[in-house]
Design a protein around this ligand. Structure first.
Ligand SMILES: Nc1ncnc2c1ncn2[C@@H]1O[C@H](COP(=O)(O)OP(=O)(O)OP(=O)(O)O)[C@@H](O)[C@H]1O
Ligand SMILES: [Mg+2]
Length: 367
């Protein structure tokens, strides 16, 4: 008797979960089928969060907008022929993928742009730190781990996962040293990624369930600092008698010289180079970005009935200070914390009203 009740209960739970998964698929599918943000629409939306990086954001917005529009159009076409069978639709869709490689200094918005873009499109986002891979040195297992993480990011739904964005962080850390051919770990990890990026069909064994997951439609964005890559490009440009901004002339052969394998770089045809953020950019992040850490602090103080405000001089001083940290926009968070932590401890419960931070206040706290 009890067993029967338990079985019924389990069945009900399973049905509910299956229904939820189905809803999720249809939500994401609908989002993609109805995806109608032009590259310039998407760029305008990215601009609300990401400050500066204009040429790069343009390329990103274009690649992402085309990817999802192309996928949406293919879904619509196949859905008319195939009805609701998503798996066969996915199998039929021959979307040529334009994975993206972003090069740029630390804390300049590489991961952030990718994450915000996936939110704007409405697809799952998952970031993988490749620096860990070179330490472990064993490839196969880790590539499978990426798939499992993507599945989790998609709420356990393999069909939703297949439409997501995977961000491969610190891809420059898996470069092999130029000229060192016996360096197995570098080329090994890179080779391990080839298939994943190209599109593999993999089965994830969860014990009770085996879930098959393909990366054919997953958009991969790889980011790395690539220290001194500029020197490699400039040297080549010099040799060829060209001049101009190196950022506009990055080629696969420069990345190969850095230590990347050609086949892997060939799978990232869209190249974006982000710049070091200027003092003005950093100030704009504080004032204008929807993800501004300063706005977050203002809200936090507001919750204690304290109206936090900054003078223009204070903002400039914070931007200057964080520039000196050399960690890009991440420096803003640590400087703001340095400036405010004393008041965060002291004021709640003892003070209500305005708190204006000026330049001298910032200077005194950052000494
Ligand atoms: N251009 C930008 N506009 C607005 N905010 C930014 C920008 N760049 C960075 N940020 C802020 O700084 C944080 C760190 O940036 P992000 O994670 O994108 O760095 P990254 O370029 O990926 O660096 P790393 O190479 O170290 O991974 C972001 O979460 C965001 O809050
Ligand atoms: Mg990053």
């Amino acid at each position: 008797m009890y067993d029967e009740v338990k079985r019924q209960q389990q069945r009900r739970i399973k049905e509910k979960l299956d229904q939820r998964r189905e809803h999720q698929v249809s939500d994401v599918m609908r989002q993609i089928m109805e995806f109608n943000k032009t590259p310039s629409d998407l760029k305008v939306e990215l601009d609300r969060f990401i400050i500066g990086q204009d040429p790069g954001k343009k390329i990103m917005a274009t690649a992402i907008s085309f990817h999802y529009r192309r996928l949406g159009a293919a879904f619509k076409r196949s859905a008319e022929e195939n009805r609701e069978d998503l798996d066969s639709i996915l199998r039929q869709t021959r979307t040529p993928k334009a994975n993206i490689l972003i090069v740029g200094p630390t804390g300049c918005g590489k991961t952030y742009t990718s994450e915000i873009a996936s939110e704007l499109v409405g697809v799952p986002f998952m970031a993988v730190d490749l620096a860990k891979f070179s330490e472990v040195g064993y490839v196969g297992q880790n590539v499978a781990d990426i798939l499992v993480d993507l599945l989790i990011a998609a709420g356990g739904n393999s069909q939703v996962a297949q439409l997501g964005i995977v961000y491969l962080d610190e891809i420059d850390k898996i470069a092999h040293e130029p000229g060192v051919y016996r360096d197995v770990s570098g080329t090994g990890v890179q080779k391990g990624l080839l298939q994943l990026v190209e599109g593999v069909e993999n089965t994830i064994d969860l014990g009770s369930e085996r879930i098959s997951l393909s990366t054919k439609h997953v958009l991969f964005i790889a980011g790395g600092v690539y220290e001194n890559l500029d020197a490699i490009v400039r040297k080549r440009l010099d040799r060829q008698g060209h001049n101009g901004d190196w950022r506009e002339h990055l080629l696969t052969e420069d990345l190969v010289k850095f230590g990347m394998i050609r086949q892997l770089m060939g799978r990232f045809p869209v190249r974006v180079v982000y710049s070091l953020l200027s003092t003005q950019d950093l100030k704009d992040i504080l004032v204008k970005s929807e993800g501004s850490p300063l706005k977050a602090y203002v809200d936090d103080f507001k919750a204690w009935d304290i109206d936090l405000a900054f003078t223009d001089g204070a903002l400039t001083a914070i931007a200057h200070q964080s520039e000196q940290e050399g960690t890009g926009a991440r420096g803003l968070v640590s400087i703001l914390h340095k400036v405010l932590h004393e008041e965060m401890f002291r004021l709640p419960g003892t003070y209500k009203g305005e708190l204006v931070i000026d330049e001298n206040f910032v200077r005194a706290r950052c000494r």
